[in-house]
Design a binder for this molecule. Structure first.
Ligand SMILES: N[C@@H](CCC(=O)N[C@@H](CS)C(=O)NCC(=O)O)C(=O)O
Length: 204
């Protein structure tokens, strides 16, 4: 199995965290250097038509899209199940993966792009403030949900928690980390999921 990606990429981190949670160590990591634009090279575009990471190759099969890859890996590999078996919890897991993608990550990345990744130039504070409002709205909803359960899909850690981790990590590195820490249930959940050995391995 080969994972093409970049260690700082949020989407690559979802895949590597899933592999670590499954206890899978025999994959090869192929660095696609985003700083050098390798994701847009003809060789890489021949694999991934949208020219982004991650990309997975597994025994003659290949695929892209991080959230699809982690569902595939969870079904395909032995190790702890990261998808609940009861239907309501499964539904919840899928709901929170969609909320992450639609209602949280675009706002979070507006902040992170301006305050963490921008090289040179002043941050666009309008974008940051709009991102902050969007994140606050989504995290209020998550905070209410976590009032009565330890993780997004219920009591068990699942793929939904993995999907939120990389974005929360970058948000926690900005002056807007209080979006996390000022919400008690989000804050305690974040402390627990970011302390997992899988996440420490991926970000270490
Ligand atoms: N929906 C895709 C998004 C992939 C994506 O945007 N990857 C980023 C890194 S996290 C990337 O490759 N950026 C480089 C670029 O846009 O050229 C997924 O989940 O895999």
């Amino acid at each position: 199995m080969k994972v093409y990606g970049h260690p700082m990429s949020t989407c690559t981190r979802k895949v590597l965290t899933t592999l670590a949670e499954k206890g899978h160590t025999s994959h090869e990591f192929v660095l696609v250097d985003l700083m050098k634009g390798e994701q847009k090279s003809p060789q890489y575009l021949a694999k991934h038509p949208f020219g982004v990471v991650p990309f997975l190759e597994d025994d003659g099969f290949s695929m892209y899209e991080s959230r699809a890859i982690i569902r595939y890996l969870d079904a395909r590999l032995p190790g702890p199940k990261l998808t609940p078996s009861d239907y309501p919890s499964l539904g919840r897991m899928e709901q929170w993966i969609s909320v992450e993608q639609s209602n949280f990550t675009p706002h979070c990345m507006d902040i992170v792009r301006e305050l963490v990744f921008k090289r040179g130039g002043k941050p666009d504070l309008d974008k940051v403030n709009k991102g902050r409002d969007g994140c606050a709205r989504a995290l209020d909803v998550v905070d209410r949900a976590l009032l009565s359960q330890g993780h997004l899909a219920g009591d068990l850690f699942s793929l939904a928690d993995i999907c939120w981790l990389p974005y929360l990590q970058y948000l926690s590195m900005t002056p807007h980390a209080s979006l996390i820490t000022e919400r008690p249930h989000v804050s305690s959940w974040w402390r627990r999921i970011s302390a997992r050995p899988s996440w420490k391995k991926v970000t270490g």
